[in-house]
Design a protein around this ligand. Structure first.
Ligand SMILES: Nc1nc2c(ncn2[C@@H]2O[C@H](COP(=O)(O)OP(=O)(O)OP(=O)(O)O)[C@@H](O)[C@H]2O)c(=O)[nH]1
Length: 343
């Protein structure tokens, strides 16, 4: 690999991190702040089962590969259950879990649920990241840091006790006795760090902290290598995001996107290329198709222009986005369809 190792005594570290948190916690904005302008995509796939690499942070002291979690939901449909399996698989393969909690909102059941999920991923450090610190004063921030610390203690203690309880049950089944260990006094999040993606407060410190939890390793990905295939996945993901952003309340997860192809437009000037991108957006039912299209096509136009702007940023060229909405009947319940659509 071409990337140079850092000189000096400190060893280079590299690995995977996930930023989890409920909607609106600031995960995407923080990812962009960590990665910088460019969204890095690479030819290799990570060892995780879930496809999306959100970005790669290249630093002197290490390389941080941010992988996406498609969301931690309570299981409802088959898709819900599968997402959960994928989430826990993805989570168990990453080196550090980041739990994002906004500074300006009270900790709620959504945060508690996600924190409890993360606590179940044994062996992975969970770093609590208090986001959007620019939106609150010193005093509010301090109170939030204390509340987050308490949340960490609460969920980690509950998980510790639960694990001990299960060990007891297993032992008794084998006719042995097991004395549950008491919860250690120091359980909790591995670290609690306040950051602001908007004014850049502690973004570098966060990168350093996450890298400190990575194993000593050469870089996992070369800097700046691009190929088509993950780009198609990224493009599909950007379209899906734009659609969800616009219709999240009506369509919680009944949406999938597939980028069919991506073809450079012929006859364009060399310094002003354009790419034709064809994306199919799948919904489950005809009624949902109507929602995505909107009155007179208004919503689809809005989704299209939001997605086009992100795709242009990703590819660095002008883009013509051809977007079709299709009904994939019952696809949510058919595992073959699910995997074809990239779930
Ligand atoms: N003031 C301020 N606003 C922020 C900061 N980070 C994110 N936001 C805003 O908070 C909102 C949600 O941020 P996102 O990054 O989209 O949150 P997310 O967790 O990725 O949300 P989902 O995609 O819904 O899961 C957006 O309006 C952001 O502009 C921050 O550091 N400071």
């Amino acid at each position: 690999m071409g990337t140079e190792f850092t000189a000096g005594n400190d060893e280079f570290r590299a690995g995977f991190a996930v930023l989890a948190g409920r909607p609106n916690a600031g995960k995407s904005t923080l990812t962009n702040a960590l990665v910088g302008e460019k969204i890095a995509i690479t030819s290799n796939r990570p060892q995780t089962t879930r496809h999306t690499i959100r970005g790669i942070v290249h630093r002197q002291d290490g390389q941080l590969v941010l992988v996406d979690t498609p969301g931690i939901h309570r299981p409802r449909t088959l898709l819900g259950e599968r997402l959960n399996d994928l989430v826990s698989e993805t989570l168990s393969e990453v080196d550090v879990l980041g739990m994002c909690i906004p500074a300006d909102e009270k900790i709620g059941p959504g945060d508690r649920y996600i924190a409890a999920q993360l606590a179940q991923v044994h062996g992975s450090p969970v770093v609590a990241i208090v986001t959007k610190t620019d939106t609150v004063g010193r005093r509010e921030l301090t109170e939030q840091l204390i509340a987050v610390e308490a949340l960490g203690r609460e969920v980690m203690a509950a998980e510790f006790a639960e694990t001990e309880r299960r060990k007891g049950i297993r032992a008794r089944k084998k006719g042995r006795s097991y004395e549950a260990r008491p919860v250690p006094p120091d359980v909790g999040f591995t670290d609690v760090i306040p950051v602001s993606a908007v004014d850049g407060f502690q973004v570098n410190e966060l990168a350093a902290l996450l890298i400190s939890h990575m194993p000593v390793s050469p870089p996992l990905y070369p800097d700046g290598e691009l190929t088509d295939e993950p780009e198609l996945t990224m493009i599909a993901e950007l379209v899906r995001e734009a659609a969800l952003e616009s219709a999240r309340d009506e369509l919680p997860h009944s949406l999938a996107a597939v980028c069919e192809d991506m073809i450079p437009r012929e006859g364009r000037p060399e310094d002003d290329p354009m790419v034709d991108v064809h994306v199919s957006l799948y919904v489950e039912r005809p009624s949902q198709k109507a929602i995505v299209i909107g009155k007179g096509g208004s919503r689809l136009r809005e989704i299209g222009s939001t997605a086009r702007r992100s795709i242009e940023k990703l590819l660095g060229t002008k883009v013509y986005l051809d977007l079709h909405v299709k009904v994939a009947k019952e696809w949510q319940r058919d595992p073959r369809q699910l995997s074809r659509l990239g779930f």
